[in-house]
Write a protein that binds this ligand. Structure first.
Ligand SMILES: [Zn+2]
Length: 110
């Protein structure tokens, strides 16, 4: 199942707590999530992050699509390992970062 289509917005929660913000689909009235924090400013920052999730997911998917057409800039040839010397092989940071993007997208269900 697909997530609720973005954009999402955050606004003060219907509840009385100032430490809770609601996440809604823009133009909608269904609360998708309630986001809190230790203090009001943290709740706002957390809510903004969650509200940006559909945009962040789309941006990551676009970036991944673009990056998969680019050869590894560290020259590992896609193996994920770089031979530094005869006895020293290092993990390829470029490929690790690409894997992190893939993992973040998978975590989001993308
Ligand atoms: Zn690489």
């Amino acid at each position: 199942m697909e997530h609720t289509k973005g954009p999402w917005i955050e606004e003060p929660a219907m509840s009385s707590s100032k430490h809770v913000r609601d996440i809604l689909q823009a133009g909608g009235n269904i609360v998708l999530a309630m986001v809190g924090g230790e203090v009001q400013s943290e709740a706002l920052a957390n809510a903004r992050l969650i509200a940006a999730a559909p945009d962040l997911l789309a941006a990551c998917e676009t970036a991944l699509g673009m990056l998969t057409h680019v050869a590894c800039i560290q020259g590992c040839g896609g193996s994920g390992a770089i031979q530094i010397s005869e006895d020293d092989i290092q993990q390829c940071q470029w490929c690790d970062e690409l894997d992190s993007i893939k993992a973040a997208i998978a975590k989001a269900g993308g």
